[in-house]
Design a binder for this molecule. Structure first.
Ligand SMILES: C[S@@+](CC[C@H](N)C(=O)[O-])C[C@H]1O[C@@H](n2cnc3c(N)ncnc32)[C@H](O)[C@@H]1O
Length: 254
């Protein structure tokens, strides 16, 4: 069972009040277009899904840049979805990421964007959270056409001694309801709910297990976190990474 964020927590993700140039900087639209545009040249009428697309600002940029494509903004927050600007080629849908295949047909989408969503798919344990992330990636593989692409942006946490330990310790701290007053004060918007950042190695392993191959990997930026977060979590480095993936093999539905 996924732990969903409250309206107060998701409201922090609303970029709809930002000016266009700030949205583009945050979304790193130039980096993403460097890999997306060659694909869109071959597939101008592509059907795009922005999973966890919230207020739809990223889809709005895509609809402006690619004039024949259509986009679905899917999210589990009614609040953020209600802040979407209407567009004739945009559909706004309430979708729980874990139930994607109930909404979309197999092989029906050209590109799925899963930007800064996976780390929110947390359950009541770390293992359950990893299983939720894996299940969503597997569903994405089912929904994509054979030549389709998956675009994942994630906050990657690489640990100092063991690559996955930093993300695991962060999950333990942020998912604890007892520690929520402390983690909240240290800046965790997800205090009491939990956050599941993966290491680069774990992210690639999970993509591979869902049948994807990373075609291009871009580091969109690094985070310099304060010592009181780095030391207790044994964090080596934290960065925002874009994984542009193609389907390597069709695996049986997982
Ligand atoms: C950090 S925001 C990212 C928004 C946008 N994709 C971006 O890159 O700026 C995470 C988004 O995922 C949505 N979300 C969280 N859990 C979800 C779930 N289980 N199913 C669908 N959407 C979810 C939130 O409502 C929010 O819009």
């Amino acid at each position: 069972m996924l732990r969903n964020l409250s309206d107060r927590q998701v409201a922090a993700f609303d970029s709809s009040q930002w000016e266009q140039s700030r949205v583009e900087r945050w979304m790193r639209i130039d980096d993403i277009q460097a890999v997306l545009s060659p694909y869109m040249l071959d597939n101008p009428a592509a059907r795009l899904l922005d999973l966890g697309g919230g207020t739809g600002r990223f889809s709005d940029l895509l609809l402006t840049a690619y004039e024949s494509c259509s986009a679905v903004v899917a999210d589990a927050s009614e609040l953020l979805l209600s802040r979407n600007q209407p567009h004739p080629r945009k559909t706004v849908l309430y979708v729980e990421a874990s139930r994607l295949t109930e909404t979309f047909g197999p092989r029906s989408l050209d590109v799925i964007f899963v930007h800064r969503l996976l780390h929110h798919l947390v359950g009541d344990s770390y293992a359950e959270s990893l299983a939720s992330i894996q299940a969503v990636l597997c569903q994405c593989a089912i929904l994509l056409k054979p030549h389709g692409r998956l675009s994942v942006i994630e906050n990657i946490w690489n640990g100092r001694f063991t690559d996955g330990l930093a993300g695991r310790l962060l999950y333990c701290a942020t998912s604890s309801r007892l520690l929520a007053p402390v983690t909240g004060r240290l800046g965790a918007n997800t205090a009491g709910t939990g956050i599941c950042y993966l290491s680069d190695r774990a992210m690639k392993r999970m993509l591979g297990d869902a049948g994807f191959r990373v075609h291009t990997q871009q580091t969109l930026g690094g985070f310099r976190l304060p010592w009181y977060i780095r030391y207790p979590t044994l964090l080596k480095d934290a960065r925002s990474v874009h994984y542009w993936c193609e389907i390597a093999q069709r695996l049986p539905p997982c």
